[in-house]
Design a protein around this ligand. Structure first.
Ligand code: KG4
Ligand code: ZN
Length: 344
């Protein structure tokens, strides 16, 4: 089956063509147009994002088809939740119209299920069962994935998402938006001392079943960095150590909680996804920590870690092969639970 994937949930307009079946599907093309305009405002402006998607959607889809060297496809997969509603609606409306005109089915895809499938496009072994950590600008989700389509949510953030924490701390340290990559570079060039921040929601006396055993919280860490920055006599000098101390605290929390999930469910693989999975310190710490236990860590390349339509096409293919189809009144939703949830 050949699937055309479309993603417009935030600030990238993306289209991809995927050919094949299940875990043997092959990516024929992937076009990602990032809306750089938001950097001026220090964050994504929803109305501007919607209008930019509107301008970009037709050429982006046409280019994806051209690069794939195809004109026909058997189905259209489109992100319909969660995300910015106005942005999602552009992709959803276009996908439905195109599917109707070509007389092929359309399938709505949950954006986070897309992130779960991204790594498998590059690493054939990144398939269930595995422990998954999805860390993006809007989400922090720790999951046990026993099979595609069967997801147990173990933990999530109670306030800021991991990427959001990176962006906010980067901003208060005077770095450009989006701050994650800038903060990572600054952290890599510095040692944390004399700073050290408490690892949020991480205590030895926590046990499986405690509500905070798997959950995350990053807003207190952000405030701790802010207070340290405000108390600094020489912020120009302390910026680097503060960035490093922040990243160390955040990474250790993510690694520790992921380790708990691996232990509880006895998984031999960890799959990372979302923009923060681009962070080499995070991926390196995971590999170092879990190698001794024989656990393999898989992270997608930067192109597939951040928002893209290839992962939406892949998740859509999974749903289509199961026989799922969306009606032509498919709508867009700002929030929606992940499909296929099993009780925790
Ligand atoms: O998955 P994504 O592209 O978009 C969302 O769905 O949110 O993730 C974007 C997030 C931003 O917060 C960005 O700062 C963060 O991923 N990010 C990073 C790195 N690269 C991107 N965070 C830390 N280190 C990085 N290298
Ligand atoms: Zn995303």
């Amino acid at each position: 089956m050949r699937v055309l994937g479309i993603e417009t949930s935030c600030d990238e307009t993306s289209a991809a063509v995927l050919d094949g079946s299940g875990d043997n599907a092959m990516l024929r093309s992937l076009v990602i147009l990032s809306q750089d305009v938001h950097a001026i405002f220090g964050g994504v402006v929803p109305e501007i994002a919607s209008r930019a998607h509107l301008t970009a959607i037709v050429p982006v889809v046409q280019r994806a088809l051209r690069e794939a060297g195809v004109d026909r496809f058997d189905a259209v997969a489109v992100t319909n939740a969660p995300g910015l509603v106005g942005a999602l609606l552009v992709g959803v409306s276009y996908a439905k119209a195109l599917a109707f005109a070509r007389d092929v089915p359309v399938i709505g895809v949950h954006h986070m299920e897309g992130h779960l499938f991204a790594t498998a496009l590059e690493h054939p072994a990144a398939v269930p069962p595995f422990t998954a950590l999805l860390v993006s600008g809007g989400h922090t989700l720790l999951l046990d994935v026993e099979a595609w389509g069967r997801y147990r949510v173990l933990g999530r953030t109670r306030d800021d998402a991991a990427g959001e924490a990176f962006d906010k701390v980067a901003k208060l340290l005077g770095l450009p938006y989006p701050g994650g990559p800038h903060l990572e570079r600054l952290a890599a060039a510095n040692q944390a001392a004399p700073f050290r921040f408490a690892r949020p929601m991480l205590r030895r006396d926590q046990a499986a079943g405690d509500p905070d055993y798997y959950d995350f919280s990053f807003s207190g860490l952000k405030t701790a960095v802010l207070n340290a920055a405000n108390g600094s006599a020489d912020l120009e000098h302390d910026r680097g150590p503060l960035a490093r101390a922040f990243q160390d605290a955040l990474v250790e929390t993510l690694v520790e909680k992921t380790g708990r999930a691996i232990r509880q469910f006895g998984r031999a693989r960890v799959v990372l996804g979302g923009g923060v999975a681009c962070n080499d310190a995070l991926v390196g710490a995971m590999q170092e920590r879990f190698a001794a236990r024989g656990v393999e860590v898989f992270a997608p390349s930067a192109r597939l870690a951040t928002d893209n339509a290839a992962m939406i096409a892949r998740a859509g293919l999974f749903r289509l092969e199961r026989g799922d189809r969306s009606p032509l009144d498919l709508n867009a939703f700002a929030t929606q639970p992940l499909p296929g949830l099993v009780a925790a």
